[in-house]
Design a protein around this ligand. Structure first.
Ligand code: MIC
Ligand code: SF4
Length: 643
């Protein structure tokens, strides 16, 4: 049978299940990437599971989020990560070496292989013909121990690209166009495989932008063929030997198709609040902006930095604008220095930051209250920039640069001739930012490293209050906010739990503590956005035992299961309307119902009415959930084996 590239990649690593859409599959993992925000916890979990050494051939631990180490607790985490990496067999990427996704593509990506990462934007490496997926820490810890990664087999949708981008239109506008058409839920349960004559016209960094920001569509991942364009980039990276051709069969079958003529795309902007509130730049032109930024794992490429420099050269950033650039990697920054970009950028008044996530995760450059920020980043969920009621617009790097000059959102087509792309002959740079493991040394646990918590087995009956009733599209940023003050506690669950639902309801934590047990109620697409596992662990720590929602985002649902919190979907979404905050719900026979198939009857003690909700589980998920999550399950099995 003729196969899509995605199916070839999946079938080549299939360790459990059948590759039939919707059925659970287990995939062999060739490579793992860890970040400083989630990797510390993943390594603690890896240790708690008792693994002696990482099994996949390539495991890399990156310090890329909390790079400025504004607090010694960040440095505590980093020291733990570095010493654990050394001992257990992972490469360590130092602070300043770059954002994990960009660096991983440059230094470790191998077309045809699988990659699992503790970060939702891990799909970036799909740009180079890899199957790259983001997951929660426990799933990654299990994969580091040699286990497969389990997920529902996605539908494979072909994105058929024709035409060519017009001047001043970028890959960022293409992904914003897809978000405009499909919304942040449009990719749930799907993999996008890019194909068609338009693909060959896209550079590798443009493909990276598309694959990366597919996370905002909630895609499981995105896959590009590995072709001549990929080979040329690998040659410039001096990694020609790692390259191989990867492509779909000519008459491969797909579960669906989307068509897009690249020539019809225009510069777009996402309005504050959500990456899918997309409008043509013309709709927001002249909106005053006080802050403009280019970077993140979506727009930190050489190509972005080059285009911005071309626009700024010989001109000045507007006096009322703070303009910050975050190169995606040390390699890009070093190349910018060699190729003379830095002098021009600095002369124009731009601030060139160290290669890091930085402001994208709310770390530094927090906008002033009431001001507008225009960002060539990927997410603008409310409050993510670090200030309540923020107004963050998303755009391409060229729209950002054009606007930095005027102090208003500006259509880049007004700037003049489009910057000619230029690629340096090579991207060879220092490798001093990497530390290879040698299997020795002591793992250092500073005072900020707290023990990994354990979930509780699901109770026979759950009777608990509704602690909070939320609307649609609640992101993990809403559940456990980004920002330096919070991220510092990623290895300290009791401390980070204090920030749970901080922006939505500052009383949530006190209420949860007083209740002892609780239920969260939400609308569609609960837990969208990041892979941050703490958005499941912190509520669990505060007593949340079930989440009732109209639907769940994939990674967050898996995280809830991994921590013994029951993700229940309303059978009739109308039942959501009948629940009031503080209602007391009774899930009688919950455990037995989950064991029997997953349909649970929920009674409301205030109204005296009832409704049903379901938790569709694979046999593996059922065992894990009932045991109280993956760690509790592993522990119970180990104890049983010891007798
Ligand atoms: C994000 O962009 O939201 C993050 C910060 O990179 C997260 C990871 C985290 O919360 O640690 C993600 O995308 O998964
Ligand atoms: Fe870092 Fe932002 Fe990318 Fe998350 S989205 S990995 S915070 S750059």
């Amino acid at each position: 049978m003729s196969r899509s590239l995605t199916r070839k990649l999946i079938e080549s690593r299939l360790r459990a299940g059948r590759a039939v859409a919707g059925e659970e599959i287990g995939l062999g993992v060739d490579q793992v990437l860890l970040t400083d925000t989630n990797g510390t916890m993943a390594f603690l979990q890896f240790e708690a599971m008792g693994f002696p050494r990482v099994v996949p051939g390539c495991v890399v631990a990156y310090v890329d989020h909390n790079v400025s180490q504004v607090d010694s607790r960040n440095s505590d985490d980093h020291r733990y990560l570095q010493t654990a990496a050394r001992r257990y067999g992972a490469v360590f990427s130092k602070p300043g070496n770059g954002i994990c996704h960009q660096v991983h593509l440059e230094s470790f990506a191998v077309p045809g292989r699988t990659l699992l990462g503790t970060d939702s934007h891990t799909p970036l490496c799909g740009a180079a013909g890899m199957l790259a997926i983001g997951a929660g820490g426990l799933d990654v810890a299990a994969a580091m121990g040699g286990g497969p990664y389990f997920l529902p087999m996605p539908e494979v949708v072909r994105v058929w690209l024709t035409g060519e981008l017009r001047p001043w239109v970028t890959a960022k506008d293409v992904i914003l166009e897809l978000l405009r058409r499909l919304s942040v839920r449009g990719g749930a349960g799907k993999i996008f495989e890019y194909a068609g004559p338009g693909v060959a016209t896209l550079s590798l960094p443009q493909r990276m932008t598309l694959a990366n920001m597919g996370a905002e569509l909630t895609l499981t991942t995105s896959v590009f063929p590995s072709d001549r364009v990929t080979r040329d980039y690998f040659r410039r990276l001096h990694r020609k030997d790692a390259w191989s051709a990867q492509e779909a069969d000519a008459d491969a079958a797909y579960d669906g198709q989307i068509e897009l003529d690249l020539a019809t795309v225009e510069p777009l902007v996402a309005l504050p609040g959500s990456p899918d509130r997309v409008v043509p730049v013309a709709d927001v032109v002249d909106t005053p902006v006080e802050q403009v930024m280019v970077g993140s794992c979506t727009n930190g490429s050489w190509e972005d930095m080059w285009a911005v420099t071309e626009i700024l050269r010989g001109r000045s950033v507007h006096p009322s604008v703070s303009f910050v650039l975050f190169p995606g990697s040390h390699r890009i920054l070093e190349t910018m220095a060699r190729e003379g970009l830095l002098a021009d950028l600095l002369a124009s008044g731009a601030l060139v930051s160290e290669p890091s996530c930085g402001a994208c995760a709310g770390i530094g450059h927090v906008p002033a209250a009431g001001t507008k920020s225009l960002r060539a980043f990927n997410r603008n969920f409310p409050g993510r920039s670090g200030v309540k009621d923020d107004q963050v617009y998303l755009c391409s790097s060229v729209t950002a640069a054009a606007s930095a000059l005027t102090g208003r959102i500006t259509d880049p087509r007004e700037v003049g001739a489009t910057p000619e792309p230029y690629l340096p002959g090579n991207f060879v740079a220092s490798t001093a930012g990497f530390v290879a493991p040698d299997g020795t040394g002591e793992v250092v646990r500073g005072p900020n490293i707290k023990p990994v918590p354990l979930g509780e087995p699901v109770a026979e009956t759950l009777e608990a209050p509704v602690l909070i009733k939320l609307g649609d599209k609640v992101s993990t940023d809403d559940i456990s906010p980004a920002g330096a003050a919070v991220l510092v506690f990623r290895s300290n669950v009791p401390a980070i739990a204090e920030f749970c639902f901080h922006h939505a309801d500052p009383q949530f934590v006190a209420r949860a503590r007083a209740a002892g047990r609780g239920i969260v109620v939400a609308g569609e697409h609960y837990g969208q956005g990041s892979s941050r596992e703490v958005a499941a662990i912190a509520p669990m720590h505060l007593g949340v035992r079930a989440v009732l929602a109209k639907s769940f985002a994939r990674i967050h649902r898996a995280n809830l299961l991994n921590w013994g919190v029951v993700p229940l979907a309303f059978d009739d979404p109308a039942a959501y309307d009948a629940i009031e905050p503080r209602d007391r719900l009774v899930l009688r026979g919950l455990r037995a119902a989950l064991a029997a198939g997953g349909r649970v009857t929920v009674g409301n003690t205030r109204s005296g009415t009832g409704f049903t909700a379901s938790c569709a589980l694979s046999p593996r998920e059922r065992e894990i959930l009932l045991a109280g999550g993956l760690l509790a399950h592993t522990r119970a099995r180990t104890q049983a084996a010891r007798g």
